[in-house]
Design a protein. Structure first.
Ligand SMILES: [Zn+2]
Ligand SMILES: [Zn+2]
Ligand SMILES: [Zn+2]
Ligand SMILES: [Zn+2]
Lengths: 130, 130
DNA sequence: AACTAATTGCAACATTGTTGCGATATTATT
DNA sequence: AATAATATCGCAACAATGTTGCAATTAGTT
């Protein structure tokens, strides 16, 4: 049993997540705190935050990896089965916490987790497109 | 208008896709034909096959990129909106051509494409698990 | 203050994918 | 069959992203 520590770098990363409404990549996070710590440290902090269920990892349609803070509501059990929206124009990824797909699976598969990502135009880009 | 050519390398790649029931990564393909052509050639062939709608690109939950042959049925319009299954044990990715999710989106989003990937145990690994 | 273990920095490495360019091979044309 | 046009290839070099080992640092505890 290891006890997590509150380090300067970890605090900086959490502050960035607190300010952001969208999902962020390792590079985007690192650029904001390159004077605080090393690249590798950011990777390791993100790993730990994912393991501790404080942040979840999202893989975009093109393979880009991003991270977003989890919203734990009042639920005891915390599962990241919500959908994500990937804007083709501004490339932002947003959590769609309330969008949950329904589907019918063939037999003989055991589904443990799902990943549902939609792409297109986000509200911002849709409006500026008129 | 450029006319595609049938080269040795392209034929080799298509043969591999013909034999495989599951999606394949660039590396998996290249390993089978490294005496035929260069790594870069495999990348370029895959790009072209995707553009020509002969193969489709799949990004796994962990960011792994794979490719699978398209099944064009009798439909005129060809859209890759089917789901994929990613086995957590054998790591194989399978196309679930008939699984299509239904969902409700918030307003102000324009959805152009969806990516729906389920993970868990495939029929093979489920049986060998008993 | 001293101790313990989590965390960090750095360097080195691995994997995956891209680009430029001269050489080669395929296809259509004569 | 020879020629011409150009799609494709090989190679080398580069870029982006992520990982690992290990010694040094630092946070939390006693
Ligand atoms: Zn947008
Ligand atoms: Zn999310
Ligand atoms: Zn399996
Ligand atoms: Zn598929």
């Amino acid at each position: 049993m290891k006890t997590a520590r509150n380090t300067t770098a970890k605090t900086a990363v959490l502050e960035i997540f607190g300010k952001s409404k969208i999902a962020l990549s390792h590079t985007e996070i690192y650029k904001q705190i390159e004077d605080v710590c090393d690249r590798v440290t950011v990777y390791r902090i993100l790993d730990r935050l994912v393991n501790d269920d404080i942040v979840h990892k999202i893989v975009d349609l093109d393979g880009t990896v991003k991270y977003a803070k989890c919203h734990h509501h009042a639920q005891r059990v915390h599962i990241h089965n919500h959908a994500h929206f990937s804007c083709e124009k501004c490339l932002e990824i947003t959590c769609l916490e309330n969008v949950k797909p329904s589907y019918i699976m063939p037999h003989n598969y055991k589904v443990n987790n799902i990943n549902f990502t939609l792409s297109g135009l986000c509200p911002n880009c849709l409006n500026s497109n008129i």
